[in-house]
Write a protein that binds this ligand. Structure first.
Ligand SMILES: Nc1nc2c(ncn2[C@@H]2O[C@H](COP(=O)(O)OP(=O)(O)OP(=O)(O)OP(=O)(O)OC[C@H]3O[C@@H](n4cnc5c(=O)[nH]c(N)nc54)[C@H](O)[C@@H]3O)[C@@H](O)[C@H]2O)c(=O)[nH]1
Length: 148
């Protein structure tokens, strides 16, 4: 059976300059692991026994980024599964999308991560080095732009 993890793609909207498109004010939160290859992903982690997927996504976001559910708005209509092998075993990661209500909210990392960044789409795709995650971020961005 595949290893299962769940998480939230967190974004914030900065105050756009008067001439700018609203989509250009969107930034995505990525966290860098303090172990392994120090890769960058949104907050996510393994599903604990008895938990449902969305509970896991919120718990991991709270543990890894210090963001409480009350500080976030879950965006209806977006859910994405990524499937990739980790050390020879299949892994499924389910992501939802959530906006930080206050764009100045402090991010508090756990020991699992050593850095975080708020990144515009293009830079987020550079740091999220995996093709499937890059495609997901682009899809999310289009989804958000289509709602404007
Ligand atoms: N010391 C040490 N300890 C580790 C290590 N490893 C884990 N720990 C411990 O486990 C705990 C984490 O527990 P949770 O937080 O519950 O789980 P997750 O959040 O699920 O975290 P993971 O890091 O296990 O899982 P991934 O992020 O999925 O990375 C696994 C591999 O998959 C690749 N990869 C990542 N993302 C993508 C993608 O989107 N697309 C594609 N295609 N590939 C992707 C990438 O190559 C990567 O190397 C930590 O506390 C550590 O104690 C390690 O190497 N050394």
């Amino acid at each position: 059976m595949a290893v299962r993890a769940c998480g939230l793609i967190i974004y914030r909207r900065l105050q756009p300059a008067p001439s700018a498109r609203a989509a250009d004010s969107i930034e995505y939160l990525l966290l860098q692991t303090s172990y392994g290859t120090h890769h960058w992903t949104p907050p996510k982690g393994h599903v604990d026994p008895g938990e449902d997927d969305l509970q896991t996504a919120f718990r991991e976001t709270q543990e890894e980024a210090g963001l409480q559910a009350s500080q976030l708005t879950l965006v209806e209509g977006y859910r994405k599964e990524l499937h990739y092998p980790v050390r020879g075993k299949p892994k499924t990661v389910v992501y939802w999308l959530a906006e930080v209500k206050d764009c100045d909210t402090e991010i508090k990392l756990s020991e699992e991560h050593q850095a975080f960044q708020w990144l515009k789409l293009e830079d987020a795709c550079k740091f999220a080095e995996y093709e499937d995650m890059q495609a997901m971020l682009k899809e999310v961005h289009q989804f958000l732009c289509s709602k404007e």
